[in-house]
Ligand binder design. Sequence first.
Ligand SMILES: NC(=O)c1ccc[n+]([C@@H]2O[C@H](COP(=O)([O-])OP(=O)(O)OC[C@H]3O[C@@H](n4cnc5c(N)ncnc54)[C@H](OP(=O)(O)O)[C@@H]3O)[C@@H](O)[C@H]2O)c1
Length: 423
Amino acid sequence: LLKVALVGFGTVGQSVARILCTRTSAGLALTHIANRRVERKRVDWVPADVVWTDDFERVVSSDADVVVELIGGVDPAAGWIRRALEAGKSVVTANKQVIAQCGDGLLALAGERRRHLLFEAAVAGGIPAIRGLREGLAGDRLVRVEGVLNGTCNYILTRMADAQVSFSAGLAEAQKLGYAEADPSADLDGADARAKLAILSLVGLRRRIDVEAVPLASIRAIDPIDFAYARRLGCTIRQVARAELLADERRVLAFVRPALVPLSSNLARIEGNQNVVVVEGAFGGEASFSGAGAGGGPTAVSVVSDLEAIARAGADGHAGWPAAPAADGVEREFEAPHYARFIVADRPGIIASVAEVFSRHGVNVDAVLQEPGWSKAELPFVVTLERCSSAVVNEALAEIGSFDFHVRRPVWVPILASEGGRS
Ligand SMILES: NC(=O)c1ccc[n+]([C@@H]2O[C@H](COP(=O)([O-])OP(=O)(O)OC[C@H]3O[C@@H](n4cnc5c(N)ncnc54)[C@H](OP(=O)(O)O)[C@@H]3O)[C@@H](O)[C@H]2O)c1
């Protein structure tokens, strides 16, 4: 019988306890619940022999076999995970920050101590993506991992697409539904998805990347009008987190940013606050894993599945992770066709001036699109660009942005290649 100590009795911790206390599992027994000021946390549906404590040291010195860390944040969680492993316990965590920042070191420690360190819930909450990459696709060599990894962003973007709600109205709805934090910056600006991407790179590409080196672009600039144009191009817009092993197999191209993706792609098919993880293997091609990316219930299922895996393997049956080498660096720039949207106070010659700047930067304009029915005082139009470097588009847009005809700042996003194709 595997003795389980829960550390952190919040949304996920309580859902894990519910599963452990209501579902019959021959192999698992909840023995401890730890939380600061634990008295206010007591519930009557937990068996009377479970020990409640606000002292983590009591968990470390107990006879629990597995510590489930669900307090979140880097400090003190990372130190507590280390302490638990050093004390000979296996660890299950849902903590993306800890695994993204120090997962490799903690995995090495777990390997030395022949203990398990599992973190299925840290990426895409309820979706068994880590297990899918690590075990289901172990026979392939993955070259690209990407996904829609932030449910808040996806909720807002799909509401913009389906009901033309503004960005701020979409955000307010997401907050009301409990999807978005009071401070939603980590969701909207990409830091949340970036931590998950670093974990997918570690597990899927077997490359450790410096989380901070992954460039971010916010979805805040996206407007419902962009979905109308995207649809004309056979696309929609998603916050895409992508990591791709470059041809030298040492550097990793990575970014988190809004992008146009084909309507038929696995990234586009995810609606509302769902998540998807899409991988491309050198031998097996594309595979995708989708479902609930957050929420107490789905996330707790991933945690309990990790506990079941440990129970099946037995205390000493841990399957070690080979150390992942550090990538030689994160490549920030990439080549793709691009979409650039302008909202201008109309006057003759605007398109000619925009085209001149692109041409001077060696960028070919593919098409100019204009939806009818807009006022000349606030006229949107879109320019699509043939495949070119993101760095060059950035430079050209900075120059175009200094013209005086803009009513809003211009926005550009890449048009990511259809599935199966490497951009
Ligand atoms: N919620 C989701 O849908 C979801 C999805 C995927 C992954 N996760 C991850 O799961 C973990 C837990 O998330 P959650 O949503 O359950 O968070 P939560 O509801 O805030 O729960 C955290 C719990 O840990 C306790 N805690 C925090 N710091 C502590 C400390 N230093 N010492 C003792 N207890 C402490 C909190 O106590 P107080 O009540 O005193 O604050 C709270 O009960 C996080 O790593 C999160 O990123 C969550």
